[in-house]
Design a protein around this ligand. Structure first.
Ligand SMILES: Nc1ncnc2c1ncn2[C@@H]1O[C@H](COP(=O)(O)OP(=O)(O)OP(=O)(O)O)[C@@H](O)[C@H]1O
Length: 308
């Protein structure tokens, strides 16, 4: 365990009196991709904004790379890049000046070669002299990424990075994130697209109504909370579920040709063998068996609903 970000007891009550975050403790490991999942209004942006020093916490403490984000603000902020949800740049400025200025703002020595490489990776090089207002929405998103990376941060936050972007940008973005991770950059992203978290993240945190409900390694999360369903494709349709089978556990399809059994993969005794035994004893033949693992989406929805 070698955390790069330590969050201790961070909470937020907005001036309106609304409590957006209940006390949160969270450690982000160096070099990991951490996905923060949560429904609209869960507090994801609030938490990220606090870590990046844009919103003040009502209590608690955060260190980034060992630096207190309030006491050592400038140094801590220099370690962090943020790709916000919304455009936060001077739209009259050119792409090149935007990234150059941003690099300087964080106290980095000029490095035009690095910035050129960055813009090329993001397919922005031929737009470098264009003012940002003349770019398409997707290109503007690319500028936000370039700006966040201009000062070579060791920690990158992406707030809903792929909401509303096209397939090409999404692909480029993930390729870039993988490259950054190979270079040792720690990545924290928020997303509504659960399949992205499923694809990309090492660990997943689920936040709901300002409460961090769980933090788990992705595979462990899917193993522990995941359910599987077994479908038995019958040789001949059944008019009704045989008496030997428990209707609470086994479901017969409307056309009578399939039986579906839900089971918990974490349980030692899944119940699959006894089910097949019962079918054999009842003289019910089948031509095929198939299983399906529940997705992270199903896990997420059930978690959020449970606590609602
Ligand atoms: N400046 C503010 N004043 C009062 N309430 C706020 C303020 N900013 C956010 N909130 C409220 O805090 C809650 C959390 O908002 P936040 O933007 O952090 O959620 P989120 O998880 O990022 O949601 P989304 O996925 O929709 O972006 C919401 O109920 C929101 O209305």
């Amino acid at each position: 365990m070698n955390p790069i970000i330590e969050i201790r007891g961070i909470q937020k009550t907005y001036a309106s009196g609304f409590q957006a975050l209940q006390p949160i403790d969270l450690s982000i490991e160096r070099g990991e991709i951490f996905a923060l999942l949560g429904p609209n209004g869960a507090g994801k942006t609030t938490l990220i904004s606090i870590i990046c020093g844009i919103v003040n916490a009502s209590g608690g403490q955060i260190t980034a790379d060992g630096l207190d984000i309030q006491r050592d603000y400038r140094q801590a902020r220099q370690r962090i890049g943020l790709v916000p949800q919304e455009l936060a740049v001077n739209i009259f400025e050119t792409v090149w000046n935007t990234v150059k200025f941003s690099r300087g703002l964080f106290g980095c020595a000029p490095d035009d070669d690095y910035l050129e490489q960055l813009l090329r990776q993001l397919s922005l090089w031929d737009k470098k002299d264009n003012p940002i207002m003349a770019l398409s929405g997707g290109m503007k998103r690319r500028v936000l990424i370039a700006k966040a990376l201009a000062h070579e941060p060791r920690i990158l936050f992406l707030d809903e990075p792929t909401a509303g972007v096209d397939v090409e940008l999404r692909r480029d973005m993930w390729a870039m994130i993988r490259r950054l991770r190979e270079d040792g950059v720690t990545i924290i992203l928020t997303t509504h697209y659960i399949e992205e978290a499923e694809d990309m993240a090492d660990r997943i945190g689920v936040i709901n109504k300002g409460q961090l409900m769980l933090v788990k390694e992705k595979h462990a999360l899917m193993r522990d909370l995941g359910r599987k369903s077994l479908t038995v494709h019958l040789n001949a349709p059944l008019a009704q579920l045989p008496q030997a089978l428990d209707p609470a556990e086994v479901e017969l399809s409307a056309d009578g040709t399939e039986l579906t059994y839900q089971y918990n993969t974490a349980r030692e005794n899944t119940g699959v063998a006894p089910l097949l035994q019962q079918l054999a004893e009842a003289g019910i033949g089948y031509s095929d068996l198939s299983t399906k693992q529940s997705s992270l989406e199903e896990i997420f929805v059930s978690l959020v609903e449970e606590k609602a």
